[in-house]
Design a protein around this ligand. Sequence first.
Ligand SMILES: [Zn+2]
Ligand SMILES: [Zn+2]
Length: 263
Amino acid sequence: MKIRVLGAHGSDLLVKGLTGSTNCRSVGFLVNNELIVDAGTLASGLTLEEQQRVKHILLSHLHLDHIKDIPPLVDNLFGLVDHQVVVSSVSSVVEGLQQYIFNDIIFPNFFHLQGSKHAILRAQGLEPMAETVLSSGISVIPVLVNHTVETVGYIIRDDTAAWIYSGDTYHTEEIWEVAARTPNLKGVFIEVSFPDSMMDVAIQSKHLTPMLLAQEYRKIGKSDLPLFVYHMKPIVRDQIIEEIAHLDIENVTVLQEGQEIEL
Ligand SMILES: [Zn+2]
Ligand SMILES: [Zn+2]
């Protein structure tokens, strides 16, 4: 499976560095050119041709940094593609998206567009712990994690590889139990939002710090499993990277925009 990082952060920020500027973008991944995993960055990270190939959007939860690029995608694709883009998650998320965003107030309801041949978006509710095969031949299992709103992480797999996507989470158990018994597990993507010095903020907002990340990762019990870290708040990215470097984890990558991972 080919995973491209569109956004690796928990917010957007243009960061000036010694060798130039880096654009930190909200969380979003493109899988095999047609599946989006979280949509904080989507339309702003893909060309029009690439956006036309998007068939599926998989969401972990409703927080804005995970959904905010769906409206511009729809704007760009409207009238241009014949297929529907399927938005999948647990029912509270796909229903909430229509209630709070695509409600004809914030944005037109592209799930049920009046007078249109067919709506460009289609909602697909997923059952926690049930495996669903997406049109792209990739299957997903949502697993509830521990965040301030209902949130799922995912086991995402095809014939050759499986990987774990944590969603936004604090300490959690079930997803790591599932991970431990998942065959062909090639990598785990785990969020880290704050440095250890901001532990109180992390606990309050139900996110992880590098120290908490290490505790969660060890629950899988596979010490050589490649670990990919995402969802850093841009203003504390450097501090987080420094703390992660001091963790006793052999195969860890802090993700950045534009990176491609083959699992
Ligand atoms: Zn988030
Ligand atoms: Zn969140």
